[in-house]
Design a protein around this ligand. Structure first.
Ligand code: ADP
Ligand code: MG
Length: 331
């Protein structure tokens, strides 16, 4: 984490006191900050408008002519991200508080998610118990349901890095799943929603940078004139939503075992595995995970988008309604 003294000064962002960097990507930096007017804690996503010429990047003597190369698609993309976020209003979705821009940057002021990425919690815990995974994934699923059914929006970038905890989750430090092959992972307390064993708080969907509107809001019909819409457009709208369902399946798989369903060092091999939908419930890691969970994943990691579960089918699956197992009796 960057020290206070190293926080950059962004013109036009004086209203906010930057505290620390929370995340960074190729063209965006996210900072924890306080609003000087009211002391409210927020997150500020700073997006650079110009691409640094790669050969010049890092040079202290940047030629202005080379430095400022507008990222052509950036403006429309950011405005789309902002437009979609402005319309969102759901407890499972990170809220946009305000938007502004300076000559070189866009600023998205966001609801602060102090708990950080779901990704980091998976790394920390190795994997989640089914109860905990269910508690987390249902919050995400209700966010997706809202986007798909009420907003006509496809997120298109659902992954553990874009799922954030509102506050630092107090999750039992060891997984409650008893696995004979792994002595180290014996349970230390199960997480039972509302019954102790940890305080998880809310998980929310962030990063609408790749999201897309597939239904126009005012008419609640596919974009364009209904009667004249070609079948491939109607199908495309349905299929585009299914990309979020595939991703949800990948997240659920990863939560339950601690590694993703598709992985290979080689991008070519990985791409091939995904294209064919080649994944397995690898032994011994999946041995003690319920058949119901596996069945649900099978309906999400389904190559044919027409057969893949929709969000409503997901939410209707028995695994989503299974009562959490009682906590283990004290010994
Ligand atoms: P990018 O398009 O660069 O991936 P994101 O919106 O995903 O941008 O933000 C990058 C990272 O910054 C996230 O993965 C997360 O770690 C952190 N981050 C983003 N938004 C917030 C927020 N509202 N509160 C806390 N951290 C955030
Ligand atoms: Mg992201």
């Amino acid at each position: 984490r960057e020290a206070k003294s190293k926080m950059p000064n962004y013109p036009g962002l004086e209203q906010f006191h930057l505290i620390e960097k929370m995340g960074d990507g190729a063209f965006s930096n996210v900072y924890k900050a306080t609003d000087r007017r009211n002391g409210q804690k927020v997150a500020v996503k700073v997006v650079h408008k110009y691409e640094l010429n790669s050969s010049q990047a890092g040079s202290k003597h940047l030629n202005e002519k080379f430095k400022k190369r507008p990222r052509v698609t950036e403006r429309t993309n950011i405005l789309k991200e902002v437009q979609i976020m402005r319309g969102n209003n759901h407890p499972s979705i990170v809220k946009l508080l305000s938007f502004s821009e300076s000559e070189e940057h866009f600023y998205l002021v966001l609801e602060l998610m102090e708990g950080g990425e779901l990704f980091h919690q998976i790394v920390k815990l190795t994997y989640f118990s089914e109860n905990l995974a269910r508690h987390v994934i249902l919050q995400v699923a209700h966010g997706i349901r809202y986007l798909h059914e009420e907003r006509g929006v496809v997120h298109r970038d659902i992954k553990p890095e874009n799922l954030l905890f509102e506050r630092i989750p107090l999750i039992p430090s060891r997984t409650p799943v008893r696995r004979q092959y792994d002595e180290d992972k014996l349970d230390e307390g199960e997480f039972i929603p509302g019954r102790g064993g940890g305080e998880i708080g809310r998980v929310k969907i962030a990063d609408f940078g790749l999201s897309k509107i597939v239904w126009s809001e005012d008419t609640a019909t596919p974009c364009g004139t209904v009667g004249y819409t070609a079948p491939e457009i109607v199908k495309d709208e349905r299929y585009s939503k299914s990309v979020d369902m595939w991703a949800l399946g990948c997240v659920l798989y990863t939560l339950l075992c601690g590694f993703p369903p598709f992985y290979d060092e080689s991008i070519t091999v990985l791409t091939e595995k995904v294209a064919k939908g080649h994944y397995t419930f690898l032994e011994p890691w999946w041995n003690e995970i319920s058949l119901s969970a596996k069945n649900l994943i099978t309906h999400l990691l389904c190559v044919d988008p027409a057969e893949r579960y929709s969000i409503d089918e997901f939410l209707a699956h028995p695994w989503c309604h299974a009562a959490p197992a009682p906590p283990p009796a004290p010994t």
